[in-house]
Write a protein that binds this ligand. Structure first.
Ligand code: CP
Length: 337
């Protein structure tokens, strides 16, 4: 540390403003520059002590959440964040049946109407194309709480914030993103975009016929990201690759029960199974504690649940860091004076 001309006390509004998010929609993690992401993390650190109590900086502001797909974490965490900031929440967890969408109202009109009530909207939707077409109708900022198979940026942010708090850096980290189906890994895509922005290395492992979509790889290439793709590894090869990494991220399966894509995921899950022995062996060999991250919900057959009670577990810790970062996001997008 050295004294500089800019030396001054921390100010939340400076960090929020420096994200550049005020009044904008949040669609992809790479909507934020490296500096913007760091400012958001700094804001979240200031807000973190209040994740279980309350501030009063969003008094009189309203968040509307509309989730056209099921959710536990994203909806509750986003709503909790607004409540902890002192704002209010209006919510519809099943708009296809309980809102006027059931009377065939378009998403365009829905966003325009809801904008008259709320100061910010949190939207989850299965069809990203439909959302992008309707987005210009919104008159207040809209947060992607998961759109299609492609983007889930608040999950990406909470994953990034967990890494920031655990390691205090991104450069020099090697992070595996592995799944039996990388085409539908929207949380994995979001995390990868953030990792690329901050200079970490990404190590993909998955089946060749279900690899990371071109849209995401195009974005990674545009950022000059350091990434590798490994296909159809056997269990031994996957174990060896894991040993070269600092973190392993499992994006899980966001496909609801009863759909074919979910069966494909489950059938191939065994090839990507992570057992505790692999992590213990890696620690013995390299001295490194490999962190296991998962966007949850998880399923038996994806990884060894004995990891829950070890130093490798990060997936429940991710949840506890999710409120502070969403508080920072909401306050950045609405803005405080
Ligand atoms: N991680 C995640 O998106 O979980 P939910 O589907 O429960 O929101």
């Amino acid at each position: 540390m050295a004294i500089t001309k800019d030396f001054k006390p921390n100010k939340l509004s400076d960090y929020l403003e420096a994200t550049g998010l005020k009044g904008k929609n949040f669609k992809f993690v790479d909507d934020l520059s490296k500096e913007g992401l760091l400012s958001l993390f700094k804001a979240a650190e200031v807000l973190e002590p209040y994740w279980r109590s309350k501030l009063n900086i969003m008094n009189g502001k309203v968040l509307c959440t509309m989730f056209f797909q099921p959710s536990t974490r994203t909806r509750f965490s986003t709503e909790t964040a607004m409540i902890r900031l002192g704002g209010s929440v209006i919510t519809e967890s099943d708009p296809s049946h309980n809102s006027s969408v059931a009377k065939d109202e378009s998403l365009w009109d829905t966003l325009r109407v809801v904008s008259q009530y709320a100061n910010i909207i949190g939207l989850r939707h299965p069809d990203d194309k439909q959302v992008f077409e309707a987005l210009p109708a919104a008159e207040v900022p809209v947060i992607s709480c998961g759109w299609g198979n492609i983007t889930h940026p608040t999950q990406g942010l909470l994953d990034m914030y967990t890494v920031y708090r655990a390691f205090g850096r991104f450069e020099g980290l090697r992070v595996m993103v592995t799944s039996p189906d990388l085409t539908r890994a929207r949380s994995g895509h979001s995390f990868a975009l953030g990792l690329a922005r901050m200079g970490a290395e990404i190590v993909y492992s998955g089946p060749k016929n279900l690899k990371t979509p071109d849209l995401i790889k195009g974005k990674l290439n545009d950022m000059g990201a350091k990434y590798e793709e490994h296909f159809d590894l056997n269990k031994k090869e996957q174990g060896e690759l894991i040993t070269t990494c600092d973190l392993v991220y499992l994006p899980g399966c966001s496909v609801p029960v009863g759909q074919d894509a979910r069966d494909v995921f489950m059938e191939k899950a065994a090839n990507y199974y992570i057992d505790l022995e692999t992590l213990e062996k890696a620690k013995k060999k390299t001295g490194k504690i490999i962190g296991i991250m998962h966007s949850l919900p998880r399923f038996k057959g994806e990884f060894d649940f004995r990891i829950d009670n070890t130093e490798h577990e990060l997936y429940f810790k991710q949840i506890s860091f999710s409120v502070a970062i969403r508080m920072a996001l909401i306050a950045s997008m609405i803005g405080i004076s």
